[in-house]
Design a protein around this ligand. Structure first.
Ligand SMILES: [Zn+2]
Length: 219
């Protein structure tokens, strides 16, 4: 990479510009902008606890959508109603699709809700924000890369249990967890699109060396 090109990358806030310029020379791999991902993580944590159905998660969703739209990405909402131990809860998965030469697709997924806890302020830096932010930056990074397969990024709602742990309130046929991913699969079966999924990568709790301290806010 030349010094001039390096300068372009440093000055530009858009990784895509840097990646595009580098690719024309056939050298550098796409650059994941960790500072920008970190900013997104901090913004999500600033909304406070973000359980499924909460107004804080609605704000988080609006933030993700706004940032992705600013990067030229189209976000589709996948709304559904989940039957949970606390009743019917409206949830929304977010989806960004980057079409490839083939309709066969790879899913990049993670959840953006946080676990509801009564006895602590759980802001989920590792567990909820890290996956949400990582997917945002990955989508921005890969947006302008040529693709053989279609890439689909999915931010799942309602991954966390409403009860204390995943099994406490589970009933046969109705687990208390992974509401968003289960709905996504159900929907893909109904629409006959399940077969085009060739691989799925799920991210969660990235860099969680001490996630207890990263995820709880001690006021
Ligand atoms: Zn998680």
């Amino acid at each position: 990479m030349t010094r001039r090109l390096l300068l372009l990358c440093v000055l530009s806030l858009s990784t895509a510009v840097c990646v595009g310029a580098a690719d024309q020379r056939g050298s550098a791999a796409p650059a994941f902008n960790s500072s920008r991902a970190w900013d997104d993580l901090r913004q999500m944590v600033a909304f406070g606890p973000r359980p499924a159905g909460s107004s804080a998660l609605k704000s988080t969703r609006a933030y993700i959508e706004k940032q992705l739209a600013a990067a030229g990405l189209t976000v589709t909402e996948q709304p559904f109603t989940a039957t949970t131990p606390v009743g019917q809860v409206a949830m929304i998965n977010l989806i960004v699709k980057l079409p490839g030469r083939r309709t066969d697709r790879i899913l990049f997924t993670g959840h953006y809700d946080t676990k509801p806890l009564k006895d602590s302020v759980f802001v989920g830096a590792s567990d909820g924000a890290s996956s949400g932010a990582m997917l945002m930056e990955l989508a921005r990074t890969l947006k302008d890369k040529p693709r053989e397969l279609t890439y689909e990024f999915v931010w799942f709602d309602g991954e966390e249990a409403f009860c204390k742990d995943w099994d406490e309130c589970a009933r046969p046929g109705n687990p208390d967890n992974t509401y968003g991913s289960r709905y996504y699969v159900e929907n893909a079966k109904k629409t006959g699109t399940l077969g085009s999924i060739k691989a799925m990568i799920l991210v969660d709790m990235i860099g969680a060396k001490d996630h207890v301290h990263q995820d709880h806010r001690f006021d």
